[in-house]
Design a protein around this ligand. Structure first.
Ligand code: ADP
Ligand code: MG
Length: 767
């Protein structure tokens, strides 16, 4: 090769251009400049080293024809020819033959800049479509004139496909964000809004233009901001990287708050630097509204249920009315400010103000509601704690309600109408709401309902039982002026119905109670009368007979007794005769006692009362029974405590009573061979003296105890069954009581209590 010198030329690379000094040789060439030839030579050499790289590499001279291409290009584009005009090679799809259109033109290149462009072409033997990115590197003469272009192409099909997919996804995302009904926004690290979609515009009212660049705080209500919600969200974001469905409130452009749920997450760039936060805010206004509605309904129902439970457990009508009033006004109840009960007065044929609750004026309201608030608990606690105070807190309203009086016959009066039609009426600014009402009046005497209650807006609800109208409830909000809603009216109506049924229940309950007590009384009286009748009949029958017999045998008995005593005295000897006489005397005493009992039972004698020392009577009885006790080997003990007061009674009858009890004790010990005991005690108590007479005989069977005081009841073959009946009769005629305690096989104790003489009685005795 013939080297004729060096030549400086320049290849421009992106961003800078490099000058090369190459040894070049000249030889004549028809086309192309010497410089292009030089470059060609170099490329030729280069291609030997990098020819196996998948790089497209070709050279275009200043006439726009292909001056050189590398091996790789030749393999992949077999149609390519040297000297072919570039135009003919458009888009890597060369024309089969050089055509007129693309014949080399005599125009010079002017592209002095480095450029990059992307070509889509069919390449390779199979002619598959590929993306090739080309760098155009102009070859410049030192004076800057363009000599040609070196083009370097790299297959970027895979990258390009990825990019395309990415662009598609981006488009998709954009479409989703654009059409989303939710607000999708992006915040930078200073919480400034960077993007704002249509959804956001709809939910918050701001256009993108109005809000982009502004702080997110613009959308947060002040109290939420003060509460520190944004800090909290930042904390959660830092800790977890995301927040899911956080329910809160945000501000609309018009100042209204909107319920939203927020989901947000942090966004990082490819190097892991935090670039901001994406936020999706969903409008949950409708759902919240439903939720509130549901909650309100549940609350209302549970409230009514609570009221129902309380009210149906009370049977006092006044208490029910009081509970009604509290329930209508108290915190957990229907929350009216004031409530009045106007009740039917059947006797006067009037609807009359009866009871009221609530503050008379705003000052009182503060105090009363403060109190109720303090003791706030469940309604049942309030009901229990709060008594309607007719002297203090509720006096004002109760004075007011007394002034409401409307005759029942005034059917054109609003209250009477509500009562008779069983219809609740809502009044607003003195006008009845709803059109189905006839012309009604509000007049009461020379004034009217509104002026009396000092209220123009109220609800009137009737209370009635199945049988008859009972009254009306009036409720208002005259203190707080809170509007009465449809729900309030409905709740009051429901509640008034419950109150009606509670009152009806209470009335039925009382009627039933009265009937039961009447029946019980009637039954008791019947039983008493029957008992009296039976006793009277028995006594009458026996009385007649026994009186006759008694009279018949009394006289002979008396003389037998007298003679027996004579014998006893006169004949000390022989011993046997004295014993017989003793027996005659005992038997006569016995007979006399029997007779006395028969006579007393048949015809109870009226006690001849005077002061009696009870211990003395007992001592006499014991003395009389001394022989009998000795004969039967009965151990007898007495503990008679002194009583400072006497008994006011009939000594003879008391003697008879104690004698009967002692006799029973002796008889009870009859079968006992040893260890038989009788014990008597007297014990003074403040108002009476108690005499206890016990024996350790066989006792009384539990089932028989209730019968032993009945006349003619006896378990003995030779008993009369009159002893205890007479004892009871005598004790009761002395205002005393007799009781018995007995344990089978252990013994029996009789307790006889006799009241001491009162001073007045004692005095009558002394005179
Ligand atoms: P009578 O003695 O004629 O049977 P009472 O009226 O005196 O009639 O007594 C009625 C019954 O009470 C007696 O039959 C007896 O069953 C029982 N009774 C009374 N006192 C005693 C006693 N101390 N121990 C056991 N039973 C007694
Ligand atoms: Mg007896």
């Amino acid at each position: 090769m013939d080297y004729t010198g060096c030549r400086l030329f320049r290849i421009a690379a992106p961003g800078k251009s490099v000058d090369f000094l190459f040894p070049v040789y000249y030889y004549a060439q028809k086309h192309g400049s010497a410089m292009i030839l030089e470059v060609k030579e170099i490329l030729q050499v280069l291609d030997r080293f990098i020819g196996h790289y998948p790089i497209y590499f070709y050279l275009v001279d200043s006439r726009n024809t292909i001056a050189w291409f590398n091996q790789y290009m030749g393999q992949n584009l077999p149609e390519m020819r040297l000297g072919q005009p570039l135009e003919c090679f458009k888009g890597f799809s060369p024309c089969p033959e050089p055509c007129a259109e693309c014949l080399p033109a005599e125009k010079k290149f002017t592209h002095a800049k480095v450029e990059k462009n992307l070509l889509k072409a069919r390449v390779g033997p199979a002619g598959t479509e590929r993306y090739i990115e080309f760098f155009n590197l102009p070859i410049l003469q030192p004076d800057g004139q363009v000599e040609g272009v070196l083009r370097l192409g790299i297959d970027v099909t895979e990258d390009e496909k990825l990019q395309e997919a990415l662009r598609e996804t981006e488009k998709l995302f954009k479409a989703i964000v654009d059409t989303s009904a939710d607000a999708v926004i992006f915040l930078d690290n200073e919480d400034r809004i960077l993007s704002w979609n249509k959804g956001a515009e709809e939910i918050f009212g701001y256009s993108a233009g109005e809000i982009i660049g502004k702080s997110i705080q613009m959308l947060v209500p002040k109290e939420v901001l003060d509460f520190g919600e944004l800090d909290y969200l930042h904390e959660v974001l830092s800790a977890k990287g995301m927040v899911k469905k956080f329910e809160t409130r945000r501000l609309h452009k018009n100042g209204r708050t909107v319920y939203v749920d927020i989901s947000c997450s942090r966004v990082y760039d490819e190097n892991g630097n935090l670039i901001g936060t994406s936020e999706i805010l969903k409008d949950i206004e409708d759902r919240k509204h439903l939720e509130f509605e549901l909650l309100r309904t549940i609350h209302e129902l549970s409230k009514l249920n609570q009221l129902n439970e309380i009210i149906h457990r009370v049977y006092d009508e006044q208490d029910i009315l009081r509970i009604i009033l509290i329930a209508i006004t108290a915190g957990e109840g229907l929350r009216f400010n004031r409530s009045f009960i106007i009740w039917v007065d059947k006797k006067e044929q009037m609807l009359t103000g009866h009871l009221a609750i609530g503050p008379a004026n705003p000052e009182e309201a503060k105090r009363i509601w403060g109190e109720l608030h303090l003791n706030r608990g469940f309604l049942k606690d309030i009901v229990q704690a709060y008594k309607i105070d007719l002297e203090g807190a509720d006096r004002g309203v109760n004075e007011i309600v007394q002034r409401v009086r409307v005759p029942l016959r005034r059917r054109d009066h609003i209250l009477i109408h509500a009562l008779h039609q069983k219809q609740a009426v809502q009044v607003k600014d003195r006008q009845i709401l709803g059109s189905k009402f006839p012309a009604l009046t509000f007049d009461i005497d020379d004034t009217n309902l509104f002026d009396i209650l000092a209220s123009d807006t109220m609800v009137i609800a009737p209370v009635y039982s199945k049988k008859e109208p009972l009254g009306v409830i009036i409720a208002d909000n005259s203190i707080s002026r809170r509007e009465i809603s449809i729900e309030d009216v409905e709740s009051l109506k429901l509640f008034a119905n419950q109150a009606s049924s509670a009152i009806e229940n209470a009335r039925l309950y009382h009627a039933l109670e009265e009937r039961i007590s009447d029946l019980q009384n009637a039954y008791r009286q019947l039983a008493e009368n029957q008992e009296k009748l039976v006793r009277a009949e028995k006594l009458a029958a026996i009385g007649e007979m026994s009186a006759k017999i008694a009279h018949e045998i009394r006289n002979p008995l008396v003389s037998i007794g007298g003679f027996a005593r004579l014998i006893e005295k006169k004949i000390a000897e022989p011993e046997k005769t004295r014993k017989y006489a003793e027996i005659i005397k005992d038997q006569v005493d016995n007979l006399e006692n029997i007779l006395n009992n028969i006579l007393s039972a048949a015809n109870p004698p009226k006690p001849q009362k005077r002061a009696v020392a009870i211990n003395h009577v007992i001592e006499q009885v014991v003395e009389m029974l001394g022989t009998a006790l000795q004969q039967r080997n009965i151990e007898f003990s007495a503990e008679l405590q002194e009583t400072s007061l006497p008994i006011f009674g009939d000594e003879r009858l008391l003697h008879q009573a104690f004698l009967n009890v002692f006799k029973n004790a002796i008889e009870a010990l009859d079968g006992r061979l040893e260890g038989a005991m009788i014990r008597v005690t007297t014990r003074p108590c403040p108002e009476y003296v108690e005499v206890q007479i016990s024996d350790n005989g066989p006792g009384i069977e539990t089932g028989l105890i209730s019968k032993i005081f009945q006349a003619f009841f006896t378990t003995k073959s030779r008993g009369t069954g009159l002893g205890l009946a007479v004892v009871q009769q005598i004790v009761e005629s002395h205002s005393g009581r007799i009781e018995v305690k007995s344990q089978p096989n252990e013994g029996t104790t009789f307790y006889i209590r006799l009241p001491f003489a009162t001073e007045a009685a004692a005095e009558t005795v002394e005179k």
